[in-house]
Design a binder for this molecule. Sequence first.
Ligand SMILES: Nc1ncnc2c1ncn2[C@@H]1O[C@H](COP(=O)(O)OP(=O)(O)OP(=O)(O)O)[C@@H](O)[C@H]1O
Length: 465
Amino acid sequence: MEKELRLELDTIINTSNNNITITDENGIILRSNREHWKMYDIEEGSYIGTSIYELEKKGILSPSINALVLKEKKVVQVLQHTKSGHVIMSTGYPVFNKEGQLIRAISYSQDQTEIYRLQEQYEQLQSKVAGFQAEVEELRGKEASQHPILFRSSKMKQIITTIQRVAKSDATILFLGASGVGKSTLARYIHDRSERHKEPFIEVNCSTIPETLFESEMFGYEPGSFTGAHKSGRKGLIEQADQGTLFLDEIGELPLSIQVKLLKVLQEKKMTRVGGKVEHLVNFRLITATNQPLKEMVDEGKFRLDLYYRLNVIPISIPPLHERQDDIVILLQHYLQIMNEKHHSTKKLHPSTYHQLVQYKWPGNVREMENILERLVLTIEDPIIRPEHLPLELQSNIKETVESSHYEQDMVEKKSLKEAVEEVEIQMLSRAKKQCKTTYEMAELLQISQPTVIYKLKKYKNHLQ
Ligand SMILES: Nc1ncnc2c1ncn2[C@@H]1O[C@H](COP(=O)(O)OP(=O)(O)OP(=O)(O)O)[C@@H](O)[C@H]1O
């Protein structure tokens, strides 16, 4: 029976994927499977009956897991590195008899060289990927810093989603919206994300070209075609945009005579320079923009209906800034920072100023905001821009929104004085937190002590944005 048990045990040990070694309480190897010795680069099975302490001394096992179990009298796990570079994970278990005496140590070892090699490769790849990611971020940052589009409002989110969807196609886009809402910036944004991004982006403001020069500017001219013309002739803006994007801003200002010619180019994809006979093939994506009611102009006979249809393939209306209050908030922060950096200043907006600017109607939209912030940063001596520093038009042209009147009503009718004060404190702290890097700066801005800032930040920590 004992013989059969031994046979069973030997079979289990020799067929196990783990490498098993059993020693007695003196560290003499009683059993071990063949695999065990292969891992240690020594002859298989030849160490049965040998002391593990001797093998340790010879440096064959370093350390011996069984020796550790006999010493510690508990479960031990070690990672061994063999002479030939194998990495082995060994776990040893003590075996006690009924009297609690340690009589055996059993260890299971697994060659994990391959796993460690793969892990090393994985870590190397990960660090390479991190490097590439950093490069991509840097490039994205560079691109974004050239033409940044900041938005948080749901209206702009929708617009950007549409733009991203159509950017890669060659579809003609017509931007509608007031001056300064970002039509040119968005046109550039589309070009940068289109297949044509490596080709030229030619921006033409149709309102700045005198009617008499329009044709030669747009279509170019052949040598000697008119008095004052360049001797060697010149490429027009359309030819310059070949393979790239032609952005015609203020398209409503395009003279009727040029409208016919532009329509022909769009239909035939070729054009002739002024004074020339040769037809040049042109391939460009057209984006146009206007702040005029183009459809009404068509009805009044000031704009050609056929051209209008050609341009109006994907019309995108950009709402005025005062309809995008969430955008005002981030644009204020962004442009204050830009102006501070530009003029080596560290000006901050007093929370009341901030509130006033958020409520302002911004008839000149983002461009007006840039100008006003630059003016304030440059002309106000006080490090904090207070409401009284704002230009007069800004103090009187505050938007009366439905939300704000509701808000005031809420404050008066529904809230206790304590709740109303807390709400104002939360708003002022949130704004100050966005603008300031330290609680000392916040204290200065809010004109309270720094410990009070700390106290209030803690108090409202679940309410601050
Ligand atoms: N969403 C935005 N994020 C950041 N900057 C913006 C944004 N929208 C507009 N701007 C900035 O506002 C300024 C005016 O924008 P842009 O020239 O694109 O407006 P526009 O609608 O084309 O004006 P116009 O009709 O007068 O040509 C630019 O300096 C632009 O960078």
